[in-house]
Design a protein around this ligand. Structure first.
Ligand code: PMP
Length: 360
């Protein structure tokens, strides 16, 4: 399955991409759409690229089965820029938004929202180093929106969606899906705003997919710089300024690949991969998972070796099998295997086998 030069990529992002996407991206660097130009050199206003942008937006719409009032954008600035764009566009100074505090990124979103309005912490697992998803949450009275992070990339926890119990009063739901977008079937119209950095399940770094319900925009008093105004991006159909042409193209190819697979199959594939890996960890007496079992992520599998002196040895052992990128995030330690959509089951098998063999 894996040619000798090809590593098995478990990095958390930028992350593994489907082979087909890499091949087609390479071809477009040499000659984009038979134009005799590289995609790196074409105008974003060329009819060839405008078509890609249109189709990429349509693919998101189609995969998510979005309702007409929802718009799709491919923005710059990564997931992090959405931490300020969301409150800047949705929250007045004197208003309150509710936030789940379930990990480093979720917490980052909280801190940025405080620059623009008031924040109510709907629930938090910070005190237990984010090792679970709290099962209860509260909404502030008149909460302007509720912000959740569907998958906590660093800690390896994932929300069971839709939220239970669902918010009793209808409140716009904003979700950071950076590390699990298109990994499972969801009713995407439950969300008024979704954002996801490209570099995990949706392409390369340099692009952030945003879907937003137009009806929640235009209700804040403040002036918004042009690049940070969702309404302007919508009006200009994603061409307010030069988009990340190549990154949009890689997303477009990735979305086509996702469509070919189908979200239902992708979800089943992801569940099989995650089960294999967690089973290997749970049945080994050397390793243990780091988060509550019911909240385990199907995207980022976090685990440790009980005897910490074996940590480096395990990394070295996996490297002999071509495995890269399993060192845990610096704030957690241990190991993290990111098994996004593009990770084949065979890749997970190699790691599961390494976990089994390591004892010997
Ligand atoms: N949210 C989540 C859940 C993430 O995992 C990340 C990045 N790993 C971000 C936001 C920030 O994304 P970016 O680095 O593209 O700004």
């Amino acid at each position: 399955m894996f040619a000798p030069m090809k590593k098995i990529n478990f990095y958390a992002g930028p992350a593994i991409l489907p082979e087909e996407v890499l091949r087609k991206s390479g071809e477009a660097i040499k000659d984009f759409e038979g134009m005799g130009l590289s995609i790196l050199e074409v105008s974003h206003r060329s009819k060839e690229f405008m078509k890609i942008m249109d189709e990429a937006r349509s693919l998101v719409r189609e995969l998510m089965q979005l309702s007409p009032e929802r718009e799709v954008l491919f923005l710059h600035g990564g997931g992090l820029s959405q931490f300020h764009m969301v409150p800047m566009n949705l929250l007045n100074d004197n208003e309150t938004a509710s936030y789940f505090d379930t990990g480093t990124w979720a917490h980052g979103a909280v801190e940025e929202a405080k620059l623009f309005g008031k924040v109510h912490i709907a629930c938090s697992s910070k005190e237990s180093n984010y090792n679970h998803i709290p099962k209860r949450y509260t909404l502030a009275a008149n909460s302007k929106y509720l912000h959740i992070t569907s998958n906590n990339t660093i800690y390896g926890t994932q929300l069971n969606l839709p939220l239970a119990p669902s918010p009793s009063s209808p409140v716009p739901l904003v979700c950071d899906m950076s590390s699990d977008i298109f990994s499972r079937q969801l009713n995407f119209n439950d969300y008024d705003l979704i954002y996801a950095a490209g570099q995990k399940n949706a392409g390369a770094a340099g692009v952030t997919i945003v879907t937003v319900n137009k009806n929640i925009l235009g209700k804040v008093d403040r002036k918004i710089p042009r690049m940070l105004d969702y309404r302007l991006h919508i009006e200009k159909e994603g061409m307010l300024n030069t988009p990340s042409v190549f990154a949009v193209y890689v997303s477009y190819l990735t979305l086509q690949w996702i469509k070919q697979q189908g979200l239902k199959n992708i979800e089943a594939h992801n569940a099989r991969k995650a089960k294999k890996l967690y089973d290997a960890i749970d049945t080994s007496d050397l390793f243990e998972g780091t988060v509550a079992k019911e909240d385990r992520s199907a995207m980022n599998v976090c685990f440790t070796v009980k005897d910490i002196t074996l940590e480096e040895k395990f990394i070295a052992f996996t490297q002999t099998k071509g495995i890269v990128g399993i060192k845990g995030h610096r704030s957690v330690g241990g190991f993290r295997a990111s098994i996004y959509n593009a990770m084949p089951e065979e890749g997970v098998d190699v790691l599961a086998q390494a976990i089994n063999e390591f004892k010997a």
